[in-house]
Ligand binder design. Structure first.
Ligand code: FPP
Ligand code: MG
Length: 300
């Protein structure tokens, strides 16, 4: 069964016109959705909650088609948080069945961001304990590579429906530079016009967000270089007899430590650190693949 509606909706000329205007500006590569408001929609229309979720599923299928036409390359949806397990057995079963029947899309199911970050931190601590990486190797970049979403780019735009203005533990780390769009519409009522409005909002915020991202990259590079340099200096014994001295020690008259050899040492150190990190991530991915292989039903 496909995530796309079996009967494709024909684009009206108005939609084609609006899409082509929007495509003159930047289009987000990755959009994340918090699809909220299914039960309020059901109540408003005198339906059972399960029917509200079904309408929500149909809306998801329709929305994926709009995303495809707009040139959005990646979509992440929050289908079920760990908190949602507290709901009634019938409702949980209904959502699980939907996921089972239609799961050809990567969906955040039984997910919370804080659990994801804790797991990543535990993996890093284990890596240090096993000697795969050093404590000083732990950085934002390495933690990011331990998140479940490590194969994805960060969402450029995050849309939440139903009027709630919070992230509900969804992609907290990944949404640092996402444009957030909180819409006053229940998810099953979400229309292409809401989608256009969110993209317009993204386009208006685009320049500011790009500047903030660049500044953040620059700062991260600087921090990483400083941390590598610090580690090297900690290991360096100058001929003046001092260990653990600051870089200035190497400039003193007494000290003949060659700055070129210090630079070589730094390059070697960075190379070795990157290799350690690659091997650690490779092992982590193998462990996760093996876990999923065990959990997923055998393919027929
Ligand atoms: C939030 O609305 C919605 C959910 C908890 C479920 C989201 C699931 C779908 C849209 C169906 C798609 C299913 C899959 C498997 C991808 P709510 O139940 O919190 O409604 P409320 O905010 O009105 O109470
Ligand atoms: Mg809700």
């Amino acid at each position: 069964m496909s995530w796309f509606p079996e009967k494709r909706t024909q684009d009206s000329w108005v939609h084609r016109f609006c899409s082509s205007i929007l495509k003159c500006g930047p289009i987000p590569n990755h959009v994340a959705f918090i699809m909220d408001g299914n039960r309020r929609f059901a109540k408003k229309n005198s339906m059972e909650s399960a029917e509200g979720h079904l309408k929500g599923f149909d809306k998801l299928a329709e929305t994926l088609e709009w995303c495809l036409h707009l040139g959005i390359k990646e979509v992440t949806v929050y289908a079920f948080s760990i908190e949602n397990f507290k709901r009634s057995r019938d409702e949980v079963d209904c959502l699980m069945e939907l996921a089972r029947q239609k799961a050809k899309l990567n969906v955040c199911f039984s997910y919370t961001s804080r659990e994801e970050i804790c797991t990543a931190m535990r993996e890093l601590a284990e890596g240090v304990e096993q000697g795969l990486i050093r404590e000083t190797d732990v950085s934002e970049e390495l933690l990011e590579r331990c998140l479940y979403t490590n194969q994805s780019v960060e969402p450029d735009l995050l849309i939440r429906t139903s009027g709630e203005v919070r992230l509900s533990d969804f992609l907290l780390w990944q949404s640092t530079f996402s444009v957030l769009s909180f819409l006053e519409v229940l998810w099953p009522d979400f229309s292409i016009w809401h989608m256009y409005a969110a993209i317009l909002h993204y386009q208006r915020s685009y320049a500011g967000i790009q500047d903030a991202k660049e500044e953040n990259h620059r700062l991260k590079d600087q921090l990483s270089q400083e941390s590598d340099k610090e580690s090297i200096l900690q290991e360096t014994i100058c001929s003046c007899g001092d260990k653990d001295q600051s870089e200035q020690c190497c400039h003193s008259d007494k000290c003949d430590l060659d700055l070129v050899s210090l630079r070589d040492k730094l390059n070697r150190f960075v190379g070795e650190r990157k290799q350690r990190e690659e091997e650690f991530i490779q092992k982590l991915n193998q462990k996760r693949d093996a876990f999923l292989e065990n959990k997923l039903p055998a393919r027929v």
